[in-house]
Write a protein that binds this ligand. Structure first.
Ligand code: SF4
Length: 753
C-alpha cells in the first residue's frame, strides 16, 4: 500500500492514500471489535481522529477528512467567495468546479452554449480566474455535467468526496462514497477544517440474479424508490452487494447511486469489482485499477457485517419501471403503466422524450437507446414525440459522434443539446406546449417534482430508463408497452421492437473530444480574480469583524418569528438564486418569509428607532447603518430545510449578533457559528413566551464558555427587567470562531501563525 498512485491524470501531487486509510481502519476495528459494512469502512478510514472519535451509527457526529471537493457553477460562486475571504493562497484539498447548470436549452448544443457563455460571462470569468488563483481545476461550459466528469476523471474506489450538488452520489459507480453538501461544508474542506457528518445508518440492498431484455440498472433504483419512498433513505447510506450488483456495469452502478438522492439517502456505495476495474482501464486509469485490487479486502463489507435495514431485489424478476408524475417514488411497472395512466387521467399523448443527463448518459445508455432508434428507423419510423438528447460530457458526445449513435438520434428526429444540465434543472425554453396546459413528458433524468423541467405545473413528468423513453417516443403514447405491444411500420405492417442491445464500454476507447479543462497555472501569484465592482451578481466578501470582547447591550429584537422558520423563510430561493454570488443583494430576502409574532404577518416588522413598520431586510439595514446590533427570536427547529449557507451569512452581514430560539436544526446552527453568529436556545423553552417583540435585550457574551449557559437581560418596553438563561452547543474551537468573527477568519489567523 506504500505506492504513490495519483488520484487522477490531471493533477500532480494528490495521491490515493490507502495506507493511511488502512491504518485508520485498524484503529477503529480494534475499538469496535465487530465486522464492518463497506459504508463504515469508507467513512471510518477517513476519520480525522480515529482514536477518539465517538462512533455510533445514527447517533454520533463523525469528523471526516474527505479526499476531494467538487462544486457546480451555481453553488461554487458563494463557496469560492467565502473561501477567498479566508485569505488562504490555495485550497487545502483537491477541488474542481464544473460549469453545467447555467446553460439554457433552446435550439441545440452549439448555439445554446454560445448564448450561455455570453449571458453568464461575468460568472464564468469569475470562476475561471478564481480557480486559477486558488489551485482549483476548472471545467469550462460545454465540458459536461459535474457528476459525469467526476466519474470519468476523479472518482476512485474507497474515496470520500463531497460535492455541492445533490447528485454527487453518482460516483458510487466507482465505489466512492460521494456526498452532496451545502457550500459552507465545501468551504470547510477547502480550508482544511474537518467535515462533520452524522454517522449514517446503513441500508443493505442485496441484488440477486441478472438484468436482461428491457430491464436496466435504472429500474433497480426506480423500484427501490417505490419501496423506500422519498424519505426512506434519510440519514442512511445505501450499500448494494450481491451477484446482481457485481453484474451491473460501472456506469449502471453510477445511475443507481445518482438517483439514490431521490430517496433522501446520504449516498450509495458498491463494492469494488471487475466492472469498476474495466471502467478505470477504459478511462486510462489502469494504475488505480491495480492499486484498488491490492486494497480490495477493505473495498467490500466484512463477512457478517450488519445492516440497519435490509432489502433484496431479484433482477431476474425486475420489470422496467416508470416513476411519476410529480414525485420520483410513485413507481409503476411497465406492465401496469398504461392502465395507471388511464385510471389517473395522465395525458396519454407523450409530448417530449428526453434522454441523457448526469443520471443516464453513459456509453451503455446511449448505445442501447440508439439500437432501439435504429430498429425503428429500419422500419421507416421516427420519433413521434419531440426527442431530446443531453450528453453527460464532452467525452460521451465525442464518442457517440464518432461511433454513429449521435447521427442515429438525429436521423430519428432528435435534437442534441449542449453537454449540460439543461431541461433537467429547468434550463429549458420549451415552446411546444403553452404554460398551464396539461401534458406528459418522459425522461431518463432523476427528479420530476412539479414544474422542475419546464416551469409548467401542469406538465406530468415521468422518469424511467433511456430505453423506455426512446420506445415510447416512437409510439408517442403513454399506453405503449414495448415488451408486449406492436407498432405499424411504414407499410402498415405490424412489428415488435427488439429488446435493446448495447456495449458497456466503447470498443475503440473513449474519444475525449475538445479539451474543456483549465488546469490551474503553476505561477498563481499574479492571477487576478475577476469581479466587476458594478456587478449585481457577484460581490467580493470582506471578512466579518472580530468580536469586540464586550457584552452586547440594549439590542432590539429584529423579529420574533413564530412557528416554522425554514431556511427558505430565512433566505428564499426562486428569483433570488440569481444573486447567490452577491451577499448584499441576496440579503434583501433575509427572513422575508418568517411570520412576525407581533402581527402574524410576513416581512413586516417595527423599526424601534422610527416607530414605522417596514420590511425585515430594510429595518435590519437601517439598524446596521445606525450602528445598532440586533437579535432574532425563533421558535422550534429554526433553520430546518437545507444547508443553505446564505441563511446564516445574511443575518451576519446585516448586523445580527444572536439568533435565540426554542431549538435549532443542527446544520443551520453550525452554519451560524461558522459565520461568527451566536445561535442560542432558551434553557427553558417556555421563556420564548416571556419575550415581547419590542423588548430590548443584553447578551452577556463575556460569559461564553463550553457547557455553560449565558445570561440574557431583558428590558421590556413597559415593565421590570428580568433575566433569562440561554444554552448553546459551542465547543472550544467554535468559541474561537465567534471571537475571531468567523470560522474562516480563524482559519486565516491560524494559517498566518
Ligand atoms: Fe442535477 Fe440534473 Fe444537472 Fe444532474 S443533470 S447535476 S440532476 S441538474
Amino acid at each position: 500500500l506504500d505506492r504513490k498512485v495519483k488520484q487522477n491524470l490531471l493533477e500532480e501531487g494528490n495521491f490515493i492514500n490507502y495506507k493511511k486509510m488502512s491504518e485508520n481502519l485498524a484503529v477503529v476495528r480494534n475499538r469496535l471489535n465487530r465486522p464492518l459494512t463497506l459504508t463504515e469502512k469508507i467513512l471510518y478510514s477517513h476519520l480525522d481522529n480515529p482514536h477518539e472519535q465517538d462512533i455510533e451509527r445514527g447517533v454520533s457526529y463523525l469528523r471526516l477528512r474527505p479526499d476531494r471537493v467538487a462544486c457546480q457553477d451555481a453553488t461554487a460562486q458563494m463557496a469560492i467567495l467565502q473561501f477567498m475571504s479566508a485569505g488562504m493562497p490555495s485550497v487545502a484539498n483537491p477541488t474542481t468546479v464544473h460549469c453545467d447548470h447555467l446553460i439554457e436549452a433552446q435550439i441545440g448544443g452549439e448555439k445554446d452554449l454560445e448564448r450561455a457563455v455570453n449571458i453568464n460571462k461575468e460568472v464564468y470569468d469569475f470562476l475561471a480566474s478564481a480557480c486559477a488563483k486558488y489551485n482549483i481545476g476548472f471545467w469550462k461550459p460545454g465540458s459536461g455535467i459535474i457528476h459525469q466528469i467526476i466519474l470519468e476523471n476523479y472518482a476512485f474506489p474507497g474515496g470520500l468526496l463531497i460535492g455541492t450538488d445533490s447528485h454527487t452520489p453518482n460516483a458510487a459507480g466507482l465505489g466512492m462514497a460521494a456526498i452532496g453538501v451545502g457550500g459552507a461544508d465545501a468551504v470547510d474542506v477547502m480550508a482544511n477544517l474537518p467535515w462533520e457528518l452524522k454517522a449514517p445508518k446503513v441500508i443493505g440492498v442485496k441484488l440477486t440474479g441478472a438484468l436482461s431484455g428491457w430491464t436496466t440498472p435504472k429500474d433497480v433504483i426506480l423500484k427501490l424508490a417505490g419501496i423506500l419512498t422519498v424519505k426512506g433513505g434519510t440519514g442512511s447510506i445505501v450499500e448494494y452487494y450481491g451477484e446482481g450488483a457485481e453484474a451491473l456495469s460501472c456506469t449502471g452502478k453510477a445511475t443507481c447511486g445518482n438517483m439514490g438522492a431521490e430517496i433522501g439517502a446520504t449516498t450509495s456505495v458498491f463494492p469494488y469489482d471487475k466492472a469498476m476495474f474495466d471502467y478505470l482501464v477504459a478511462t486510462k486509469r489502469s494504475e488505480i485499477a491495480e492499486f484498488a485490487k491490492v486494497y480490495q479486502k477493505e473495498l467490500r463489507a466484512d463477512e457478517g457485517a450488519e445492516y440497519d435495514q435490509h432489502i433484496e431485489i431479484n433482477l431476474n424478476e425486475l420489470e422496467p419501471h416508470i416513476n411519476g408524475p410529480f414525485t420520483p417514488d410513485l413507481a409503476t411497472p411497465i406492465s401496469k403503466f398504461a392502465q395507471a395512466a388511464k385510471e389517473n387521467n395522465w395525458p396519454e399523448e407523450l409530448k417530449v422524450g428526453l434522454i441523457g443527463s448526469c443520471t443516464n448518459s453513459s456509453y451503455e445508455d446511449m448505445t442501447r437507446a440508439a439500437s432501439i432508434a435504429r430498429d425503428a428507423l429500419n422500419h421507416g419510423l421516427k420519433a413521434k414525440s419531440a426527442f431530446v438528447v443531453t450528453p453527460g460530457s464532452e467525452q460521451i458526445r465525442a464518442t457517440i459522434a464518432r461511433d454513429g449513435q449521435l447521427q442515429t438520434f438525429e436521423e430519428f428526429g432528435g435534437t442534441v443539446l449542449a453537454n449540460a444540465c439543461g431541461p433537467c434543472i429547468g434550463q429549458w425554453d420549451r415552446r411546444d406546449t403553452p404554460k398551464g396546459t396539461p401534458n406528459s413528458i418522459l425522461s431518463s433524468y432523476n427528479r420530476n417534482f412539479t414544474g422542475r423541467n419546464d416551469g409548467n405545473p401542469a406538465t406530468h413528468s415521468f422518469v424511467t430508463s433511456p430505453d423506455l423513453v426512446v420506445a415510447m417516443s416512437i409510439a408517442g403514447s403513454l399506453s405503449f408497452n414495448p415488451l408486449t405491444d406492436t407498432l405499424k411500420d411504414k407499410d402498415g405492417k405490424e412489428f415488435k421492437l427488439q429488446a435493446p442491445t448495447g456495449a458497456g464500454l466503447p470498443e475503440r476507447g473513449y474519444d475525449p473530444g475538445q479539451n474543456t479543462y483549465q488546469a490551474p497555472p503553476a505561477d498563481r501569484a499574479t492571477v487576478q480574480v475577476q469581479v466587476s465592482p458594478s456587478s449585481d451578481r457577484l460581490q467580493v466578501l470582506s471578512p466579518f469583524n472580530a468580536w469586540d470582547g464586550k457584552d452586547a447591550t440594549d439590542m432590539p429584537i429584529l423579529i420574533k418569528a413564530q412557528g416554522k422558520t425554514t431556511t427558505d423563510h430565512i433566505s428564499m430561493a426562486g428569483p433570488w438564486l440569481k444573486y447567490r454570488g452577491h451577499l448584499d443583494n441576496i440579503s434583501n430576502n433575509m427572513l422575508i418569509g418568517a411570520i412576525n409574532a407581533a402581527n402574524g404577518e410576513a416581512n413586516k416588522v417595527q423599526n424601534f428607532t422610527t416607530g414605522e413598520w417596514g420590511a425585515v431586510p430594510a429595518v435590519a439595514r437601517d439598524y446596521k447603518a445606525k450602528g445598532i446590533r440586533w437579535v432574532v427570536v425563533g421558535d422550534w427547529n429554526y433553520g430546518e430545510g437545507s444547508s443553505r449557507e446564505h441563511a446564516a451569512l445574511e443575518p451576519r452581514h446585516l448586523g445580527g449578533l444572536a439568533i435565540i430560539t426554542r431549538s435549532f436544526a443542527r446544520i443551520h446552527e453550525t452554519n451560524l457559528k461558522k459565520q461568527g453568529m451566536l445561535p442560542l436556545t432558551f434553557s427553558d423553552p417556555a421563556d420564548y413566551d416571556k419575550l415581547n417583540p419590542d423588548d430590548k435585550v443584553d447578551i452577556l457574551c463575556t460569559e461564553l464558555a463550553v457547557g455553560k449557559p449565558i445570561t440574557m437581560k431583558v428590558h421590556p418596553k413597559n415593565g421590570k427587567d428580568f433575566e433569562i438563561k440561554l444554552s448553546h452547543t459551542f465547543n472550544e474551537a467554535q468559541i474561537e470562531w465567534f471571537k475571531n468573527g468567523s470560522a474562516l477568519n480563524t482559519m486565516a489567523k491560524n494559517a498566518k501563525n
